[in-house]
Design a protein around this ligand. Structure first.
Ligand SMILES: Nc1ncnc2c1ncn2[C@@H]1O[C@H](COP(=O)(O)OP(=O)(O)OP(=O)(O)O)[C@@H](O)[C@H]1O
Ligand SMILES: O=P(O)(O)OC[C@H]1O[C@](O)(CO)[C@@H](O)[C@@H]1O
Ligand SMILES: [Mg+2]
Length: 450
C-alpha cells in the first residue's frame, strides 16, 4: 500500500462528546464499587478509558474527514455519584414496544446490584406521572419476572408533557438521576428537561434509552424490540399466505407498523419470502394503470392464483382520500393520526375486482397484527440487548455523564448526545442494496410512471 493511501486511513477523528458533571460542578469522584464486586475482575482492561471511542461509520474509509466518533459505553474507573446519595427515577413514554419491562428491570437490578443504589423509583403513566401520581419505589424483587412480560409495568401515555411541573417533581423528590425510555417524541421532551436542568444548574443526570418498535430513530444500529416485531410480523405474513393460497384468487394483506419508516415491513418481507409486494412510506405507489398495483396483482393472480401484500401503516397516505378534519387529526402528543391503509386497500381491491371481473371469485383477507406485535415480550436477542442498554446507561450516569443516549453503533455500545438522537430519523434508504433485494425477491413494480 502506498504511504499516501495509508495516511488516508488515519484521518482525524471528531469526537461528538457528551456533557460531564465534573466540567461544571465540584463533584468528588470515588473508585468504582465494581472493584469490590467478587463477580468482576477489574484489574486489567476492564474499565473504559477516556480514549475509547466508537466510530460512527465503518466500511467507507474514503468518505471525507473528519471521521465522527462517540464515547464508548461501559463502566469507568471513577464514578461521580455516591451510590448512597442516588435517587433514581425511571419513566416510560409513548407507544409500547417489546422489551420495555426488561430495560426497566435491568435498570433497577443494575443500579441495585452493581452500584448498591437503594432509592429507585418508577414514574407511572409516562411524563404526566411526574406530577399526577406518587413515584413507585422499585427493587429487584418486585421486578423479578418482568423481563418475561410484554407492555410496561410502569404504564405509559402520550401527551401530558408539562416541563415546569416535571422539573418541580424532580426537585421535590430530590431525584438526581432520571432514566427516560421512549421514542422520538420522548427524546425531544428529554432534551427540554436537560436544557432546563442545566439552565438551573441542578445536579441531575438525564439519560435517554431509545424505544421505537418502528426502528425510526437515527444514528443507532437498531432499536430494541425491532427484531421481535419482525419475527411476529413474519408470523402474520405466513397466516396471510395460507389464507390467500387456500382461496380462489386470494389476496393476503398484512399491515405492519411503521408510520414514517418501512423497516418492519421490509425486514419481514425479506425474511418471509412469501410476499409479492411490499409497500413502504418511503416509496410512493399508485393503484390504476400501467405499472400500478392492480396490474401487477392481476398478473400474479393469473400466474399463481394468489398474492401476498405487505403494507407499512404510513404507506400511501398521500393517495388515501381524507376530509379536511381527518387531515388535521392528531393524537395527544401531536402526531398525525393516519387512516387505516389496510382497510382502504382492501376496499379498493374489492372494488377493482368487482369492476374488472364481476363473475370471478375473489377474496381479500386483511390482517392487522399491530397491537399483537407490540404487546409481546421481547425475544432472546432483544432481551439481551435491553440488558446491555440498561447497564450501559447506568455506567454512563454513575460516571458523571448526562444528556446522552446509549445505543449500539456498528455493534459497539456508545454514548451519543441526546439532542442528536432526538433530531435523527431513520428512513429506509431506498438506494441501498436492501431495498433492491426486496424488489428482486418480490419482483414488484418500481411505481415510477413512464
Ligand atoms: N417536541 C416535544 N417536546 C416535548 N415533549 C414532547 C415532544 N414530542 C413529544 N413529547 C412528549 O413525549 C411523550 C411521548 O411522545 P410520543 O407519543 O410522540 O411517543 P414517542 O416517544 O415518539 O414514541 P413512539 O412514537 O415510538 O410511540 C409524550 O408525553 C409527549 O407529550
Ligand atoms: O395506538 P397508539 O398507542 O397511539 O400507537 C400507534 C402508533 O404507535 C406506533 O406503534 C409507534 O409506537 C406506531 O407504529 C403507531 O402509529
Ligand atoms: Mg414517535
Amino acid at each position: 500500500m502506498m504511504e499516501s493511501e495509508i495516511s488516508k486511513l488515519f484521518k482525524p477523528i471528531y469526537l461528538k462528546d457528551i456533557p460531564h458533571y465534573a466540567e461544571t460542578e465540584e463533584l468528588q469522584s470515588q473508585t468504582n464499587p465494581l472493584d469490590q464486586n467478587p463477580f468482576f475482575d477489574t484489574r486489567q482492561g476492564f474499565y473504559i478509558t477516556h480514549s475509547d471511542v466508537v466510530l460512527r461509520q465503518i466500511g467507507n474509509e474514503v468518505s471525507p474527514p473528519p471521521r465522527m466518533a462517540y464515547r464508548r459505553a461501559g463502566p469507568r474507573k471513577h464514578i461521580f455519584f455516591d451510590p448512597s446519595h442516588v435517587r433514581a427515577a425511571i419513566v416510560t413514554c409513548g407507544g409500547l414496544c417489546p422489551g420495555i419491562n426488561t430495560v426497566v428491570r435491568e435498570l433497577v437490578v443494575g443500579l441495585w446490584q452493581l452500584y448498591g443504589v437503594r432509592h429507585i423509583f418508577g414514574i407511572t403513566g409516562g411524563y404526566r406521572g411526574f406530577y399526577s401520581s406518587e413515584p413507585l419505589p422499585l427493587n429487584p424483587h418486585l421486578l423479578h419476572r418482568s423481563h418475561n412480560l410484554g407492555g410496561t409495568l410502569l404504564q405509559t401515555s402520550r401527551g401530558g408533557f408539562d416541563l415546569l411541573r416535571i422539573l418541580h417533581s424532580i426537585l421535590s423528590h430530590s431525584f438526581n438521576q432520571v432514566y427516560i425510555i421512549g421514542g422520538d417524541g420522548t427524546m425531544r421532551g428529554a432534551v427540554k428537561i436537560c436544557d432546563e436542568i442545566r439552565r438551573r444548574k441542578m445536579n441531575v443526570a438525564v439519560v435517554g434509552i431509545p424505544k421505537t418498535v418502528d426502528n425510526d430513530v437515527g444514528i443507532i444500529d437498531r432499536s430494541f424490540g425491532f427484531e421481535t416485531a419482525v419475527e411476529k410480523g413474519e408470523e402474520a405474513i405466513s397466516a396471510a399466505h395460507v389464507e390467500a393460497e387456500s382461496a380462489v384468487n386470494g389476496i393476503g394483506l398484512v399491515k405492519l407498523m411503521g408510520r414514517s419508516t418501512g423497516h418492519i415491513a421490509l425486514h419481514a418481507t425479506l425474511s418471509s419470502r412469501d410476499v409479492d409486494c411490499c409497500l413502504i412510506p418511503e416509496i410512493d405507489f399508485y393503484l390504476e394503470g400501467k405499472g400500478g398495483l392492480f396490474e401487477f396483482l392481476a398478473q400474479r393472480l393469473k400466474q399463481n392464483g394468489h398474492a401476498v401484500l405487505v403494507v407499512a401503516e404510513g404507506a400511501g397516505h398521500n393517495i388515501i382520500p381524507r376530509t379536511h378534519s381527518q387531515k388535521e387529526q392528531r393524537d395527544e402528543s401531536g402526531n398525525l393520526v393516519f387512516l387505516d391503509v389496510g382497510l382502504w386497500l382492501k376496499s379498493e381491491l374489492n372494488n377493482w375486482w368487482a369492476r374488472e371481473h364481476p363473475h370471478d371469485l375473489f377474496t381479500v383477507k386483511y390482517i392487522d397484527p399491530t397491537y399483537m406485535i407490540r404487546a409481546v415480550p421481547a425475544n432472546a436477542t432483544d432481551n439481551l440487548y435491553c440488558t446491555l442498554l440498561a447497564h450501559s446507561a447506568i455506567h454512563g450516569v454513575m460516571a458523571g455523564y448526562t444528556a446522552f443516549v446509549t445505543a449500539p453503533i456498528n455493534g459497539n455500545y456508545a454514548y451519543i448526545p441526546l439532542e442528536d438522537v432526538a433530531l435523527a430519523n431513520n428512513p429506509v434508504d431506498t438506494n441501498d442494496h436492501k431495498w433492491s433485494w426486496v424488489r428482486s425477491v418480490t419482483n414488484q413494480p418500481d411505481f415510477v410512471r413512464r
